[in-house]
Ligand binder design. Structure first.
Ligand SMILES: O=c1[nH]c(=O)c2nc[nH]c2[nH]1
Ligand SMILES: [Zn+2]
Length: 443
């Protein structure tokens, strides 16, 4: 495999409070970062046998985006059907669409577009909900493998009846999930792994969730679900699980909550629930676009962070109306700002914090912090090359400095607030190029 060095402006959010920006180099061998250093160190080092890429002053390299929560089968509804609250929206638009993925060809066609769309948006790692269907969801696995995207893929589990007839009986469901895990592991692809995916406590009973927890333990899989997104949902699950003290208690009693569990939304968690999340190491996928579009509420991310809960960002298509983590960063900042202005939940998260949540924070939330998220020796090179001066791009250059470009930190800030997929000229996963702007990505 290739060995190369990228030289130029490097950006790496290492914690909520620290954004590294420097002129330097990253050396990559067989997909892994083998050296990182300053520009001065590069100028005096021996580089025999290495391909050297010196990037332009208007460019910088940053870690790839991590989408901690999205629904691949819902992409055909992206931008549609946002006129109902959660439970009605699921019944009217979402379950009928997801039910179509019994057709494997339909699934393959959609998932090909989904994976390409996300890579084009700079999402080098995605944590996907598939559908109820074993073979349909394996098409998503195949698409991620084919296009070299890092992914956690979940076959959705549901055993409670709904109007669309979109559910499974418990025994068949547990058998299918185990088959799914074995099939994904059978591909022996280091980038894609299965994730256990009970949809939420409205769609799964305790017996199914306990069975899924056993499978997660048996195969050492991560788990994902939804929690406390919408007030009616919370009311309903507490009614059917009347012996449980709160929503978190329902999942906890079924053995779902642990340090490889990521829960989407968490809009209405109590202080007790937040401290339980922190104590058990449960992460949250914050999905501001869908929380707004489905009128679910505003997630107090600052409070979760103050409780030391790991948080990443999710696009949550198609409750969310955008497949872009850049967009999710801005929506997260907006929601946080509104909470700060109206309810004193602050300070609002700033752009550097949003960038951390979109990269290293997301990696940590998915339990991938040893592999991706920052540029450190030993990690995989999952990265984006950002160009602030693309033709017909969204950002104009007004800089009058002798260098002709903004300071590194100003380039990054402008990209966070004003950039789009046109500025993401290249993307890499494990050292392999998965986007090159010269190619046409949308057929
Ligand atoms: O935003 C959401 N999208 C979904 O598909 C879903 N299922 C349960 N809860 C959900 N919330
Ligand atoms: Zn969701």
């Amino acid at each position: 495999m290739s060995k190369f060095i990228i030289v130029g402006d490097i950006v790496s959010p290492t914690s909520l409070n620290e954004l590294q920006c420097y002129s330097g180099y990253i050396q990559v061998e067989n997909g892994k970062i083998t050296e990182v250093g300053t520009r001065e160190a590069f100028d005096i080092k021996q580089n025999v046998g290495l391909h050297i890429d010196v990037i332009k002053p208007e460019q910088f390299v940053m870690p790839g985006f991590v989408d901690c929560h999205t629904h691949a089968p819902q992409f055909p509804n992206l931008g549609l059907g946002l006129d109902r609250p959660l439970l009605e929206w699921l019944d009217k638009y979402t379950f009928p669409l997801e039910n179509k993925y019994s057709d494997e060809q339909f699934a393959a066609n959609v998932y090909e577009k989904v994976v390409k769309r996300l890579l084009n948006n700079g999402t080098t790692t995605a944590c996907y909900f598939g559908s109820l269907h074993l073979n349909g969801t394996l098409e998503l696995v195949k698409s991620a493998i084919q296009h070299n995207q890092r992914a956690l893929v979940g076959k959705v589990s549901m055993n409670i009846q709904n109007n669309a007839g979109y559910y499974n009986n418990t025994a068949d469901e547990l058998r299918d999930v185990e088959l799914f895990i074995n099939s994904v592991n059978g591909y022996q692809n280091s980038l894609v792994e299965p994730i256990i995916t009970p949809r939420f406590a409205v769609s799964c009973d305790g017996e199914l969730m306990r069975g899924l927890s056993n499978l997660a333990n048996k195969y050492q899989c991560a788990i994902q679900s939804h929690i406390s997104e919408n007030k009616k949902e919370i009311e309903y699950v507490l009614q059917i699980h009347s012996s449980c003290s709160d929503y978190t208690d329902i999942y906890n009693r079924c053995g779902i909550l642990n340090n490889r569990c990521i829960m989407a939304h968490a809009v209405y968690l109590s202080d007790t629930e937040m401290s339980t999340f922190a104590r058990l190491g449960v992460s949250v996928a914050h999905c501001p676009a869908s929380n707004t579009r489905l009128r679910s509420g505003m997630c107090p991310v600052r409070r979760l962070l103050d409780y030391n809960v790991s948080v990443g960002l999710g696009t949550d298509v198609s409750g969310g109306d955008s497949a872009s983590i850049l967009d999710a960063m801005r929506r997260a900042m907006d929601v946080s700002e509104h909470l700060s202005m109206t309810q004193g939940v602050g300070p609002a998260i700033g752009w550097k914090e949003a960038l951390y949540l979109a990269t290293a924070g997301g990696a940590k939330a998915l339990g991938l912090q040893d592999r991706i998220g920052t540029f450190e020796v030993g990690k995989s090179f999952d990265a984006l090359l950002i160009d602030m001066a693309v033709p017909h791009g969204p950002i104009d250059n007004y800089t009058t400095s002798s260098a002709g470009t903004d300071a590194i930190v100003d380039k990054v800030q402008k990209f966070v607030y004003c950039g789009d997929d046109r500025n993401i000229v290249q993307a890499y996963v494990n050292g392999k190029q998965v986007k090159n702007i010269q190619q046409s990505w949308t057929k």
